[in-house]
Write a protein that binds this ligand. Structure first.
Ligand SMILES: Cc1cc2nc3c(=O)[nH]c(=O)nc-3n(C[C@H](O)[C@H](O)[C@H](O)COP(=O)(O)OP(=O)(O)OC[C@H]3O[C@@H](n4cnc5c(N)ncnc54)[C@H](O)[C@@H]3O)c2cc1C
Length: 453
């Protein structure tokens, strides 16, 4: 395949010539060409790159990823609870990215999907035949007034959502002796929405075990309408908060933190007069607002909210057919989790492969499968699994809305192993086929499940 390209000479003359497209990196300075470019080497990017690097062979796939470290973020709930460390959750990026793919250690700074190119922070321009975008979400701590300062200066303010601040959580739990322990959840789509409350249940149990629960009010101030979006699991969680005397305040969004006076100011989302409510805090766990990365927001790939604009079933871009998306940065309206990525990865593999073979990219449909292991203490977990419509899609032939120790071990001990050894190596596409087997063919609704066990 030849490309017509226009170059400007030093005298300002324009030269038009045909340039041969190579399917791997070319020797032209600062311009490289790959069959597949994967932007982002987190959960989704690593998984997608692994699948296609082994399929397409060496030199055909590049991963654009600036970070030296890859994190298994679900472990941060346990880091906050004091039973794991940040180093337990991390691996050097070079060790997890697939060997057959080229790692370009830089960030994307501009997308030009019309010309199928991406400009990198190191100045390189990468041309691609196909692209998978998997840039995750940006943490917008700065959108809450006073929060960045409070996270730096106040030992009582912490956040499990960042490798930088998660180490503050357990010391803050140890330090509080009385008063209010407040947990927040913002008014926007976030990754693993359940993690906002998982740390609260762990904290409550910790206070109990350490004889200080009677002196501490445990409060969940959430922007949501309810404790959880899926009624089956909300029922269990409502019972838990009632039994454990946890205060739930819905439709409150954190707007400002005044660390000098230890005040947290919340906006009442349903107030027509923009009313606010101030809480004094002795411990404050903040889930920050999140959004698509700025570079994606500013690109033609974005929808009106800034997310990668894809077809929620096929994962193909809505306007640029050689672009696909996986993970948190897309506008697929599911709960954003690693579990969702596992299910998406199988759909991506089938649809992108078909498209590369000249077929339609609608061979398979993502049904919105996601899972939220709602840890409710140091040994219990409610394993929520559901689809786009909030219908439970449970893997095991038991009632998963109950708190269970087995599900806790699944979450703490088995899932990290599955992550490092299967998912990011491209070998785990979610539990759909097993769900059908365990439920004797009654628990799945994907086109591909019967064929692909
Ligand atoms: C506290 C917590 C608990 C969680 N618990 C669970 C759980 O129990 N179960 C579950 O399934 N999920 C859980 N999750 C969610 C899960 O970790 C995420 O949904 C998942 O990691 C998202 O993967 P991703 O590839 O979309 O984004 P990420 O894994 O965040 O990766 C995005 C990558 O893109 C890179 N990037 C950013 N900008 C650029 C750029 N300009 N150019 C190139 N690369 C770029 C980043 O460096 C990063 O490596 C949890 C998350 C948190 C924070």
């Amino acid at each position: 395949m030849n490309n017509i390209q226009v170059f400007s000479t030093r005298t300002g003359r324009l030269v038009v010539c045909a340039v041969r497209n190579f399917s791997s990196s070319t020797s032209r300075q600062q311009e490289k060409h790959y069959k597949l470019l994967v932007v982002g080497g987190g959960t989704g990017g690593c998984t997608a790159a692994s699948k296609f690097a082994s399929k397409l062979g060496k030199g055909k796939v590049a991963i654009l990823e600036p970070s030296k470290v890859h994190y298994y973020q679900p472990m941060w709930t346990f880091v906050g609870g004091g039973t794991k460390t940040v180093s337990n959750s991390s691996r050097p990026m070079g060790k997890v990215l697939p060997k057959k793919a080229d790692w370009i250690q830089a960030g994307a700074v501009a997308f030009d999907p019309k010309n199928s190119t991406v400009t990198c922070s190191n100045g390189d321009v990468i041309k691609y035949d196909y692209m998978v975008v998997s840039m995750g979400l940006q943490l917008d701590y700065h959108k809450v007034k006073g929060l960045p300062e409070a996270l730096l200066s106040d030992p009582a303010v912490c956040s499990n959502y960042s490798s930088k601040y998660v180490t503050k959580t357990f010391p803050a739990l140890e330090n509080i002796t009385d008063g209010k322990a407040i947990f927040t959840s913002p008014n926007c789509p976030i990754k693993c929405a359940g993690a906002a409350q998982k740390i609260m249940y762990i904290a409550e149990e910790y206070f109990n075990k350490n004889g200080k629960r009677d002196n501490i009010d445990v409060i969940f101030n959430t922007s949501g309408q309810a404790i959880f979006g899926v009624p089956k699991y909300a029922e269990t969680l409502n019972k838990i908060i009632e039994d454990r005397n946890i205060q739930l305040n819905c439709r409150l969004s954190l707007e400002e933190v005044r660390s000098d006076t230890r005040e947290a100011i919340f906006r009442k989302l349903d107030s027509e007069t923009n009313e606010k409510e101030t809480f004094n805090y002795n411990f404050l766990h903040v889930v920050p607002p999140m959004s698509a990365p700025d570079v994606l927001k500013a690109s033609p790939l974005a929808d009106s909210m800034g997310y990668l604009d894809i077809n929620k079933y096929s994962l193909q871009h809505a306007r640029y057919p050689n672009v696909f998306g996986i993970g948190d940065c897309t506008n697929a309206p599911t709960s954003k989790t690693g579990a969702a990525i596992a299910a998406q990865s199988g759909v991506l593999r089938r649809n992108l492969t078909a498209f590369m073979d000249g077929k339609s990219a609608s061979q398979d449909e993502y049904d919105g499968y996601t899972s939220c292991p709602l840890v409710t203490g140091y040994g219990k977990c409610v394993m929520a699994e559901f689809d786009y419509d909030g219908n439970p899609l449970e893997t095991f032939p038991i009632d998963q809305s109950k708190e269970r120790r087995t599900m806790f071990h699944m979450k703490r001990d088995i899932m990290p192993e599955m992550y490092w050894n299967l998912l990011i190596k491209g070998m785990w596409e979610g539990p759909g086929p097993y769900r059908r087997l365990m439920r004797l063919g009654m628990g799945g609704n994907k086109k591909s499940e019967v064929a692909e066990v």
